[in-house]
Write a protein that binds this ligand. Structure first.
Ligand code: ZN
Ligand code: ZN
Length: 238
């Protein structure tokens, strides 16, 4: 299996074949054919703060209306479902590192539409245990690819120090408490940062990261993820 993975990564199939359906692609399509790209669950009307896809005509989602998130703004390319979710799971758990490139290109397209000024790009760190098991941090791979596209270098400024109990079964507030003290800085952060991650669920991870860098002098924190989990909106608000 390891050999197959390294062969796959060596040949970088995203340069030639669509990563979803396998048809030949042109170089400018960056590994995903236009037909498959059109079918991805792209975000449409998003919360101006956390970037989650909202089904109301409000500017902010119900959670951002009630809570003070520490990061300045977050955006995601897609909702975490369907083919977008499959791409993330393949990148994360099937060793298909080459998927970071098409994902990064779609994220760079969203990034270019934002009016964000940042001094450096960084990524949400993985724990040493995860890196040992997986061999890489997918957020770092994506950040490196985005940096290649926008010609800026990625900085590795933090480490994950707390082994967290699984968050799946926690409620919204439980996740925020659970993240406290999860990261430690390795160097002083710049004045403004773009933070990259693969998926945003409640925003608790990005928020904890933003809290830490802001405590150490960073003034602006923007977050970009490939996917974000959609919140359930009560039907009365639809
Ligand atoms: Zn395709
Ligand atoms: Zn929001």
């Amino acid at each position: 299996m390891k050999l197959l993975k390294s062969i796959l990564n060596f040949f970088n199939p995203q340069e030639i074949k669509c990563v979803v359906c396998g048809v030949d692609v042109e170089k400018h399509e960056h590994g995903i054919c236009s037909k498959c790209k059109k079918q991805l669950p792209f975000n449409d009307h998003v919360c101006l703060k956390c970037g989650v896809d909202i089904r109301t005509m409000n500017d902010f989602c119900d959670m951002c209306g009630k809570n003070q998130l520490v990061f300045d703004e977050a955006r995601s390319v897609c909702r975490y479902e369907g083919e977008a979710q499959k791409l993330v799971l393949r990148l994360k758990f099937s060793g298909q590192k080459y998927l970071s490139k098409p994902i990064a290109h779609m994220m760079a397209e969203v990034l270019q539409k934002q009016n964000w000024q940042f001094d450096a790009v960084t990524f949400i760190p993985s724990s040493d245990d995860t890196i040992k098991k997986r061999g890489y941090n997918q957020a770092q791979l994506i950040a490196n690819d985005i940096c290649d596209i926008i010609s800026i270098s990625a900085v590795d400024i933090a480490q994950k120090v707390k082994d967290l109990p699984p968050q799946e079964k926690m409620d919204y507030h439980g996740r925020f408490d659970n993240m406290q003290g999860a990261f430690k800085l390795k160097q002083k952060p710049p004045q403004s940062l773009l933070v990259i991650d693969d998926v945003k669920t409640t925003g608790a991870t990005l928020n904890e990261f933003a809290k830490l860098v802001k405590k150490h002098g960073c003034k602006k924190v923007y977050c970009l993820t490939f996917a974000s989990r959609v919140k359930q909106v009560p039907t009365s608000q639809l």
